[in-house]
Ligand binder design. Structure first.
Ligand code: SF4
Ligand code: SF4
Length: 323
């Protein structure tokens, strides 16, 4: 059955397939709450096409990453593969429980998910049986955990998304990857236009949301000169350096509308996952990625827009106000 799962998953666009025996998980892990009889976790990894990032990488086209790299993978391609492979497992007489992320539900009270509108999220929903997707990916041998808690794969670096199937079928496991990709270079941290990743690699999800949505004027060709005029520190917001707590992040996002969202609640990414793109460039430069292309992903320096127009408007406003 192992080979048939791999063959079918690949026919339905999975690029990576891995198998983790239940023995790789602690006995109190959520996989046992979802399925007490689980014997194997099947992991399916789907590359986000490198070309889907090209528009944002070059500052020319923005919709493709969100709709094709997030929405259509999460809502169409991945569920179809998940159901098809689950059907195969059940046709053999075993039980298969498909597991895909619910982007709108989180255990934490005070966190958010940059890919969706913060107001649409249900927080503090204590779901003890929500599996840890990154942990499952690593235990299925799909890749390694980076210092910023992204999944890095040998083939596609961080350009990957994933889903799982819990089953009571015993299937030969895949080997775990020996971590060899993340060298803690910090290029992902430097690349974030909103300084959302702390030096220790932890992500401030609220800052991430603000800048995922495009609050940095030097990386957002759609920002009008009067953006964020109601904020005293608008230039700091636009430069990515503003201090912010959760309420301030919400206030900024309430003023943020630069690009129409995709369907299924997905916000359009303006940062284009600069953190992952910087990581990809780094891994490619080091020659570590096994999926090779005839051209480098980034040739030359990353682009940046001038923010002069925002400074001028602020000065005029202040002058008018004090007259
Ligand atoms: S850029 Fe990639 S390799 Fe470098 S620290 Fe970040 S995740 Fe690790
Ligand atoms: S680059 Fe974008 S996705 Fe990455 S941490 Fe910064 S805002 Fe978030």
């Amino acid at each position: 059955m192992r080979n048939r799962i791999i063959e079918l998953a690949k026919r339905y666009d999975a690029d990576l397939v891995g198998f983790a025996p239940a023995s790789r998980f602690d006995s109190n892990n959520a996989i046992f709450k979802v399925m007490p009889t689980v014997k194997t976790v099947v992991g399916l990894g789907f590359r986000v096409l490198r070309g889907i990032y090209r528009g944002i990488e070059e500052g020319s086209t923005y919709y493709q990453y969100t709709t094709m790299g997030v929405e259509n993978l999460e809502e169409t391609v991945m569920p179809l593969a998940l159901l098809t492979v689950s059907n195969l497992i059940e046709s053999e007489g075993f039980t298969a429980i498909p597991q895909r992320r619910n982007q709108l539900i989180m255990n934490e009270e005070n966190s958010t998910n940059p890919e969706v509108d913060y107001g649409d999220i249900y927080r503090g929903v204590k779901i003890e049986n929500q599996i840890d997707f990154l942990e499952c990916a690593v235990k299925c041998g799909l890749g390694e955990r980076s210092m910023i808690n992204s999944l890095l794969t040998e083939e596609y670096g961080p350009f990957i998304r994933y889903v799982f199937i819990l089953t009571d079928a015993e299937i030969e496991p895949s080997p775990l990857k020996t971590p060899s990709l993340c060298d803690r270079c910090g290029k992902c941290i430097e690349a974030c236009p909103g300084r959302a990743i702390k030096k220790d690699g932890n992500l401030d999800t609220w800052r991430c949301s603000v800048y995922y949505n495009g609050a940095n004027g030097s990386k957002n060709p759609f920002m009008p000169p009067d953006a964020y005029l109601e904020f005293e520190d608008r230039l700091d917001i636009i430069n990515g350096t503003a201090e912010m707590d959760v309420q301030k992040a919400k206030d900024i996002m309430d003023s943020t509308y630069f690009y129409p969202p995709a369907k299924h609640n997905y916000r359009s990414s303006i940062c284009g996952r600069a953190c992952d793109r910087a990581c990809y460039v780094h891994l490619e430069e080091k020659g570590l990625l096994t999926k090779k292309f005839n051209k480098k992903f980034r040739e030359g320096d990353d682009w940046k827009l001038s923010t002069k127009q925002f400074e001028t408007l602020k000065r005029e406003k202040e002058w008018d106000f004090t007259k």
